[in-house]
Design a protein around this ligand. Structure first.
Ligand code: NAP
Length: 313
């Protein structure tokens, strides 16, 4: 099969198109013929030798990527959840490797969800890691309730734009941040209010949120502890804070956690239900053919993507 293989950690040129054997599903796994994949910051961070390489030591050459949508074409032993011909999607293998930047991939049966018939493979791939991360972060400690005030930093990004829509589906009052260029996009997702982070310092944001979703990390995480009411919740998806953030949160009476996405069918299925109902929909900013994976990495690395970048296979 055709795949994009990372030969050495480093720049985009280290991603090379190659012919490699089609993987064989082991017990509990299925083989998927891939229709679309999407890229996430973890893809380029891992390519650079950071990202998943920080916790999963793997030997190059390797195939990167986690988000896929496609069709089950073979089953390993003991798979009862899926049959050949099922259309499935998900962010697979995480926090290990997913190996989806290829024509075929094997996935654990318990990492997939059924692709809703109303959405295209490109949309399903786009909603995978972004939707699953947003879902797990918005439900891990507590789930924002109807009318509660939720702040989503980086609301125009891959994860943020899913978080805005999921929080709205819960009935929350949502404020999203982005630059002014993405204001209309953030409001189009259903956000009730917008903050331009370039013209208002984070210390001047309202301080009455019940829940802050933080895909920024660093200083923004610490400052977010001051933006929630006592008893409120801050969930970050950037692991840059060490134990000090937990101590500060406890001292302020704020519930805090860091969420590292976990591949799992039940949560992916919850995202699938919202997609099927039309309650959430990923925005595809740009589509490339798989052969142009390097260009997809380059575009995502600008940090300016509004929505998701997808590749068709
Ligand atoms: N823990 C996990 O399991 C997990 C899972 C997925 C992602 N992540 C991490 O979460 C982060 C976000 O991922 P992503 O896919 O959403 O990235 P992304 O799509 O590349 O995010 C780009 C967006 O961020 C916005 N942005 C940049 N700086 C901002 C700031 N200071 N304030 C508000 N908005 C800002 C940009 O809006 P403007 O252009 O308008 O500035 C842009 O729309 C990455 O670091 C990623 O590695 C973690």
């Amino acid at each position: 099969m055709r795949a994009i293989v990372l030969e050495q950690f480093g720049p985009i040129d280290n991603l090379k198109e190659a012919e490699v054997p089609i993987p064989v599903p082991s017990a509990g796994e299925v083989l998927i013929k891939i229709s679309a994949v999407s890229v996430n910051p973890i893809d380029y961070k891992t390519r650079q030798g950071k990202g998943a390489n920080n916790w999963t030591s793997f030997v190059l050459p390797e195939i990167l990527g986690w988000d896929l949508s496609g069709t089950v074409v073979a089953l390993g032993a003991d798979v009862t959840e899926w049959k050949v011909g099922d259309e499935v999607f998900g962010s697979i293998g995480f926090p290990g490797l997913g190996r989806v930047d290829a024509e075929y991939a094997v996935a654990q049966a318990g990492h997939l969800a059924r692709k809703p018939s109303a959405i295209r493979h490109e949309e399903a791939a786009a909603a995978s890691m972004a939707g699953l991360t947003a879902w797990q972060a918005l439900t891990r400690l507590t789930r924002p309730e109807r009318g509660q005030r939720v702040l989503v930093h980086a609301a125009s990004g891959g994860v943020g734009h899913m978080a805005v829509q999921i929080a709205k589906a819960f009935g929350a009052h949502v404020t999203g941040t982005s630059s002014s260029a993405n204001r209309d996009f953030v409001l189009s997702l259903g956000a009730d209010a917008h903050i331009d982070y370039r013209s208002l310092g984070i210390e001047d944001y309202p301080h009455d949120f019940d829940f802050v979703f933080d895909p920024l990390g660093g200083d923004a995480t610490f400052r977010s502890l001051d933006l929630v009411k006592k008893g409120g919740t801050v969930v970050s998806i950037l692991p840059q804070h060490g134990p000090r953030i937990f101590a500060e949160a406890a001292a302020k009476g704020v519930a805090f956690d860091f969420v590292l996405m976990q591949s799992r069918s039940d949560d992916m299925g919850e995202v699938a239900k919202l997609l099927a109902d039309g309650a959430i929909r990923p925005r595809i900013a740009k589509t490339f053919p798989l052969s142009e994976l390097g260009q997809a990495h380059a575009l995502l690395e600008t940090g300016r993507t509004a929505g998701k970048i997808v590749l068709t296979v």
